[in-house]
Structure formats: C-alpha cells, structure tokens
Ligand binder design. Sequence first.
Ligand code: NG6
Ligand code: CA
Length: 500
Amino acid sequence: MKLPFITLLAALLLGVLTTGAAKPNIIIIYADDVGYGDLSSYGAEAIDTPSLDKLAANGVRFTAAYASASTCTPSRYSLLTGEYPFRNEKAQILPGNAPLIIDPAKPTIPSVLKSVGYATALVGKWHLGLGSATDPLDWNHEITPGPKQLGFDYSFHMAATGDRVPTVFIENGYIVGLDPNDPVSVSYEAQVGDKVTGLSHPHLLKNQADEQHAKTIVDGTSRIGWMDGGADALWTDEEMPDEFLGKAIDFITDNQEKPFFMFYAMHENHVPRIPHPRFLGSTSLGVRGDAVVQMDWGIGRIMETIEELGLTEKTLIIFSSDNGPVLFDGYYDGAWEKNGDHQPAGPWQGGKYSVWEGGTRMPTIVSWPGTVQPGLSDAIVSQVDLLASLASLTGATVPTGRASDSQNQIEAFLGRDNNGREHVVQQGVGAKSIRAGDWKYHQPGRVRDRLRIGTNHFEPIPETGALFYLPEDPKERTNLATRYPAKTAELKALLDAELK
Ligand code: NG6
Ligand code: CA
C-alpha cells in the first residue's frame, strides 16, 4: 500500500510530538500523620514496614520531599491544585460540614489526567469540604459539588477525618447505606438530636477524649461535631481500612485496560487510631505503631494486585504523607505513653502543626519498575509539584496562569535530577518558613507544636527571624540570623516574594 506523502508526514509529526509522553497508571498513596521516622526504610526500629521497604528498594527514596503544610487540609489542597495553600485563606483544617474549598474551574491532578484519557478515582480521606458555600448541604441527597466536579470519575470517601462527623462513607456523591427514613443531620455549632455525648457519658467510650473530641459517640468513640440519624450508614472504625482497600483494589481491577489514576488517601494513622484487631500488638508502640503496620500491609495488597494483573512496569506509585507525626491528638489512646524512644519524625525536630522540618519533610517513595532506577535522592521536591510534573509526564497541558506554584520536577521525581527545587515554602499553624538549598529561614512569630498530652508547645522566633544551616543543624537549634544577616535577608526576601 502506498500512503500519500501528507499522511506519512502527519504520522511522523504526531510521532515526534507524542514522544516523551508516557501514560503509566498513577497511584498516589497518601498517608495521614505518618512521620519521616515511622518507616523501617527511613530508620524506624520499632515499626516494621516491609511493603514500603520493598517499594523503596525498587524505587527512589527521597530525603528532602515536602508536604506544603504540616496539617491535612492545606497539604491536600496544595497537592491536588498545584498551588501553595496560603493562596486560599479557606485552606485550613476544616470542620466536617465545610463547603468545598477548591474552585471546580481550577485544574487539579485528576482533571488534568482525565483530559489525556485517564480513568480517575479518589478512595479514602477527603477533608477538602463538600457542597457549595451558598446553600447549606443536605446530606440526604446528592452531595455536590465534590470530588466528581474536580475530575474524579469515581469516589469512595469520608467527608473529613475519622474524628469528625459525619461518620459515613460517601460513594459517587451519596451516603452509602442511608435509610431515607432516618436522615442525617450535622452541626458544628450545637447538638442535633438527643444522643448522649462523650462529655455526658464518658464511661461508654473505648478511649477518653479531650473536650473538643467529646461530642457525638459513634462505635464507642466520641467525635468532633454533632450528628443525628443515618444509623444504618455509620461506619465501624475497625473495618474502615479494609473497606477503603477493597474499593481501591476493585478500581484497579476494573480499570486495568486503561491508564488510571487513583488518589488513595489512607487514614490508618490519624486519630482515632483504631486498627483492626488482627493488627493489635504488631508493635510495642500501641495503636499508633499498629496502625502504621496496618497501613503498610494494605499497601502490600495494592502492590500484589498490580503484580497479579501484570501492571508492574505500567504503574507509577508515589507514596508520601500529608503532615508530620503527632502522638497525642485528642484521644487518650496510649500512643504517647508507649512511644518509648521511637523517633516518629526521624532526625528532624517537631511534627504535625509545626514548621520545623518534622512537620513537612515527608517519607516519600517513587516506584516505576523498568523506568525508575532504584536509588536515594536528596533533591528538594514538594507535593505541590506533582500536578505540573504528572502533566508533563503524560503530555497534558495546564492552562497558563494556573497551578502557579507547581514546578515540573518530573526528572527529580523519577530520580534523574538530583537538584529539584531551589527553594520551598513550608507552612505550619500560624507560621511560615522557607528552605533554600541548605538553609532554612523562619518568619518572626512562634512555632506551634503538639508533642505532649493536652498541651501545645510554642517556640518563639525573634524579630530577626531564625536562620538554620540544615546539614550541621538538622534539628534547627542554633539560630544564625544575626551571624549571617545577608543570608537571612536573602531568604526573607525569597519568602516575602512567594507570600505576596
Ligand atoms: C485538630 C484536632 C486534631 C485533628 C486535626 C486535623 C486538636 C485539638 N484537634 O483541630 O485532633 O483532627 O485537627 O488533623 O488539635 S489533620 O491531619 O486532618 O490535619
Ligand atoms: Ca494529616
């Protein structure tokens, strides 16, 4: 057969234009409150994480990969939109009945990947709000806008966190198992219904809680906020990880023929930490260690599914966490008492809520057998970069002016560039800092931390700001701001420019 010259030319051009674009399946496994030091591949001795260790042995293990913030909502906002969270004042820890805080007109990782043919799914924790800001949400009808309007074809998720009502699963916009004669109502202002609470009936609780977490009792655990109705739809904490895992495996299996993207947002290690009984006692650390072991086991099942379906070399897996570790976060579950000398944040200071490195420097592993060379990388990368990087990998376009903080760092993520970003902004609760190369600068103010039971620790940062040289001072203890005023001014200017 003789093809006309113009057809050949077109085929050639198309070939050239599409070379470089690859469409592996992409799974982002996003852990909750898992710290840098919580995995055995990152040095943990009291917790054994064989699945993630295997992922790390066959992929790139990062030592300088950051979440944008040290709490959940802002980090998730940033990961999905490619924008730093301080650009949206609503990107703060949200109540369970908050409206959706991502504008559906903005590109997100799922919408960008969908535009180049991916099947997309959210399974697990959400915590980015649901419903519109103008109409109060009726939980008993279609819950919209939500994940679907942001580009997720399929979704199975909780509204916010395990310690917040409503304690129900939502699948494709509808509460799962809801009896229309027993409608759900939710409030964060006042009690709804007449159920007893953790405050009035503490003897009904599996674990005692602080006052904030002592409202509606569901499955023996009191929560933040009030909820009534939906008795048939309430989740069982012990079963939750298995429910999410089942949906994740189903999605992979159902979509094995197409390129797929799944945001698998695991909840295991967030409070209330209630592992399935088969994991109790897996570690000496109590429920916190056991929850990390359960998470690792679930990741192992995902990896097995990929292998069994013959998708290993077609699947890019990115594992990271949304913020640093916390031992006491509202429930007296023994995690603090049983921690021993385990270092949940590894070599770094601080954890959840803080802008010390422990709050935002995340255990991060990227695996894509056959494409990614196994190794270690100290390139500075941020979760905010995933949007532009995955768009670049898959040949998708991001409209100009959108996802403005997201840098294409695909070469760094795939372990081929060991530099990554020049600088990265870190956000805690009420504080910000910037890392540029080996230096880190903190704004004047105070750094909040929560490492002990019931108390927040506040470390003041003087008017000069604080400057640390990370290679020699990983715990950020020796403030060099007055010794190196030019360096301090340089980083301050970089941070101010980003915050503008
Ligand atoms: C805090 C809760 C905490 C946790 C956190 C959100 C306190 C007193 N309470 O307000 O228990 O739910 O919000 O966690 O700190 S996150 O990982 O979703 O950001
Ligand atoms: Ca979290």
